[in-house]
Design a protein around this ligand. Sequence first.
Ligand SMILES: [Zn+2]
Length: 149
Amino acid sequence: MSDTILRYIPTDPSWQPSPANATKAVSLLETIVPGADEVTSSFEDEIRFYDPGENWSGVKCSACGADAEEWWGEAMEAASASGFKNLMSVAPCCGATVSLNDLRYVWPAGFGRFALEAHNPGIGDTTAEQDRKMAECLEAPLRKIWGQI
Ligand SMILES: [Zn+2]
């Protein structure tokens, strides 16, 4: 059996909430997924990539829509060498300069230094209203990533 992780990360990869707001957000998420094994928040020193695990469904160029999986790995390695401080990359498909964080991840994924996580939340999905409340609580726009590990 694989584990399901519901994750909220800020849309801005370097942004972090105040510890007080992070604590509030954990409490709020606990009320949304009361059956979860565990709800946690994590602050990271460096930007990392939050992938959806087994839900990974490919990645497309944000400028032209072409399949980006072929060059994505190499671009990730290059960005990783700088601790993901610079996420800009030239897409070989169309020559556009794109942010790795803005690529069209067919199943949502993204970069961040903060994540709010619910382990095995036991629900199909959160509602748009719940997502909005989470963003309000953290005082930042969020990206939701359902992971399967
Ligand atoms: Zn392109």
